[in-house]
Design a binder for this molecule. Sequence first.
Ligand code: 4AD
Ligand code: MG
Length: 471
Amino acid sequence: VAEVKGGEDEGAAWVGKELTVRGWVRTCRAQRTVTFVEVNDGSCLSNMQCVLTPDTEGYDQIDCVTTGASVIVEGVVASSQGGKQKVELKVSKIVVIGESDPTSFPIQKKRASREFLRTVAHLRPRTNTFGAVARVRNALAFATHKFFQDNGFVWVSSPIITASDCEGAGEQFYVTTLLSNTAEGGCLVNNIPSKDGRVDWSQDFFCKPAFLTVSGQLNGETYASALSDIYTFGPTFRAENSNTSRHLAEFWMIEPELAFADLNDDMACASAYLQYVVKYILENCKEDMDFFNTWVEKGIIDRLSDVAEKNFVQMSYSDAIELLIRSNKKFEFPVKWGLDLQSEHERYITEVAFSGRPVIIRDYPKEIKAFYMRQNDDGKTVAAMDLLVPRVGELIGGSQREERLDHLEARLDESNLNKDSYWWYLDLRRYGSVPHAGFGLGFERLVQFATGIDNIRDAIPFPRVPGSAEF
Ligand code: 4AD
Ligand code: MG
């Protein structure tokens, strides 16, 4: 359907040609002599209006042509009398492939709430909104690879199971599995390790505690220290017990790592990348973006066009704190230097102070940032940057990495982290260390930002959040 209706002429060039459409019935309207069946095949938002008459082969099955049923329709493309579309299909033959009981099919024509649709996540891609989100998400993934590939980055697969906690926030999921010595021998038994160290790790599958990764960065750094610019793009996991509209337990992250680069290079890459993918969907997903503009977030196209064209605001953390104090606004978390910015502060900065523009904040206090970030000369801050956008808040977090062995060892000690378990990471600083920098972008937050969808649970096909891993 996208091939027929997607062109500038909305299908006019197809008039008179034969066409077969395979898809799912959205609606079926019977009039006196003709029956209109709207069929969607998922290739685009538009349905194909299919016109059936009693002469149509298979018309005897018309009672089974109900919302949700799968059908194959064959016919000839014709100009449409109705104002809604340029062309329709005069159907010569219809075959019902899979029936759908209209009394129990959960997705009816009336608009269902997003909350309800989350309970039928297996069927929600059949709706306009979730079909459009899925296509735009796909386009953003494609544009991501295209941007980095065109700029000479190598895609590296970082592991999903790991023994290191990149962010040091203790939010990992254990994947530890004990090998039990039962009579049957060697069967695997899932076991949650006890915190008091009574677990006999020699009996464990990995012989040490292992987790689902929270970030591929540390592994990415090893490849950037050999291949120069690389990026990862894969699932990451965080057991944060936060029921918010911007946190998932399983989310996809894009993590470029630039060799021979500093924080300015990192910010320039993040800005260029974000502008590229935004421009890409505005140009390549017009129909879906128009849909979001009308039904999901009014004005999103103008907002994104601005993002694609205008420079982002840049300011230091210290200046951001000053701006928040000068605002005289009553925040739930009082503002003072050293505070980790909360979403209320981030929203004020992007939404109020800079009326909707992305803002990059740099040089954060070292106490609130991860051990691997490079210390600035002031001794108080690190070369970190966060990119904030309206509604979503933090879209990107990045930094220049500490490439000096002595500084990094001191930071590990300060952070009470065990140097021995980072031996391979420290090796990168022992053998041919280079200044390098990178960032992580939460892919679902990008989908939220790009579609206007306000809950992150609607930006991924199957959301994983506390208390829910259905489907
Ligand atoms: O700021 P974060 O924790 O940074 C890192 O993980 C670094 N290792 C990245 C790097 O420098 N290579 O996470 C990066 C981004 C955040 O800005 C946010 O967009 C997203 O990941 N993110 C989440 N998205 C959804 N659900 C969660 N629970 C998220 N936690 C972080
Ligand atoms: Mg962060």
